[in-house]
Each structure stands twice: as C-alpha cells, then as structure tokens.
Design a protein around this ligand. Structure first.
Ligand code: GDP
Length: 204
C-alpha cells in the first residue's frame, strides 16, 4: 500500500467524540520521546503530519488522521513521562484506556518501543494490559540506528523472553528507523492485509 492522502481530522480527549467508527482504525502509542511522531510522518510520507517534539509529554490528545480516504491512523499520547503530575497522568490513563477498550473500529495498536533500551517495566505492563483486555497489538522497535546489531538483538530477545513469561505466543514485531524508512513497507503491508481480511460492514 502506498499512502497518497493523509489529512488531520480531529483531536480530543473523549473517545465518544472521535469520528464515527465506520472505517478501520490503527493507533500508535509508546513512551514519550520514543519516536512516534517521526515514525508516523515516515509511514505517511508527510514531514509534518504528526508534530515531532523536543518536549516529551506534550501531545496529550487522541489525534485522528484519515489515510487514503479508507482508514484512520490515530496518534495517541505518550505514556510514562515522569515530569507530569500524578493526577494528570491518571487522567490521561483513563481517557486512553477508555479509547482502547471502547473504540469499536480499532483493528490494531502499534506499540512503539525504544530498541536502545533493555526491557522497560512500563512497556511490559502496558502490553500485558493490552493482552489481558484482548486488544490486538504489534510491536514497533524504534531508533534502531543508534546501536550495534548485537545490542539490538539482545534487547529484542529481552522483550521476547519477558513476554513469553505471560504469553504462549509472541506478538508480531517490526524494526523501524525513521531516517531510512526501514519498516515502512512491513507496517503498511500489515495494515493493507488486515483491512482486506476484515472489511467493515457499515450497513448493520
Ligand atoms: P515522540 O515524542 O514519540 O513523538 O517522538 P519524536 O518523533 O518527537 O522524536 C523524539 C526524538 O527522537 C526527536 O529528537 C527525534 O529526532 C528522535 N528520533 C525519532 N526517530 C528516530 C530514529 O529513528 N532514530 C534516531 N536516532 N532518533 C530518532
């Protein structure tokens, strides 16, 4: 799939105010500063669709973009940013959780993980929560340019072994790199395949 059209639709903090759930939707989430905006821009061939920010924790909204007039890409707020207050954090958590649990057209969540780091508790807990709630997800390892192949392999193995402590099967994962567009084809082909296999019946 090639993305020929990508446009911003709406931002909000309430899943009930999101666009009518009539087309498939894919959400991107990860820790603040994981490289989510850069990845979204890379995937959509758009240098400024998502705001690349030098200020972690800034994006606090559910952002909808319509892609090729046929599916929604959703940029979700980053989690785990230490500098926001606890009250603020739990408020975010609530609206993100409501969105993830209640959005009927959400086909898959892409969980972005910084490949430079050893398994992080917050990422593991988030994936555990998705799994327990039956929310399908794929892992995208980001920033794969800043480390050697052996460290990359070690960190990915670390995640795999942590996940296998709770789950029998591992989620699909792709290695991505904003600058070289590594992983772009894989992510778009994955989305195209799911869209074809799961057409939405909007007449019922
Ligand atoms: P977000 O907060 O998750 O949306 O992250 P951003 O896309 O705003 O990126 C955070 C920082 O990481 C920025 O300084 C980016 O330039 C940098 N960054 C993003 N993607 C990559 C990547 O693939 N490799 C490297 N080395 N840096 C990246």
């Amino acid at each position: 799939m090639e993305i020929t059209k990508a446009a911003f639709v709406i931002s909000n903090t309430d899943h009930k105010k999101c666009p009518a759930p009539t087309i498939p939707e894919y959400a991107f989430i990860g820790r603040s500063n994981v490289g989510k905006s850069s990845l979204i821009n890379m995937i959509t061939n758009h240098s400024k669709l998502a705001k690349v920010s030098g200020q972690p924790g800034k994006t606090q909204l559910i952002n909808h973009f319509i892609i090729n007039n046929s599916w929604y890409l959703v940029d979700l707020p980053g989690y785990g940013y230490a500098k926001v207050s606890k009250t603020m954090r739990s408020k975010w958590q609530k609206f993100i959780q409501d969105y993830l649990l209640l959005r009927t057209n959400l086909y898959c969540v892409f969980v972005l993980i910084d490949s430079r780091l050893e398994p992080q508790k917050i990422d593991l807990e988030f994936m555990q929560w998705l799994g327990e709630n039956g929310i399908p997800f794929v892992i995208l390892f980001t920033k794969a340019d800043k480390l050697s192949k052996s460290v990359l392999a070690k960190n990915i193995e670390g995640y795999k072994s942590e996940l296998l402590k709770s789950w029998e099967t591992l989620p699909i994962y792709y290695i991505t790199l904003a600058e070289t567009k590594m992983g772009k084809t894989e992510v778009l082909e994955f989305i195209a395949k799911i869209n074809i296999e799961n057409p939405m019946n909007n007449n019922s």
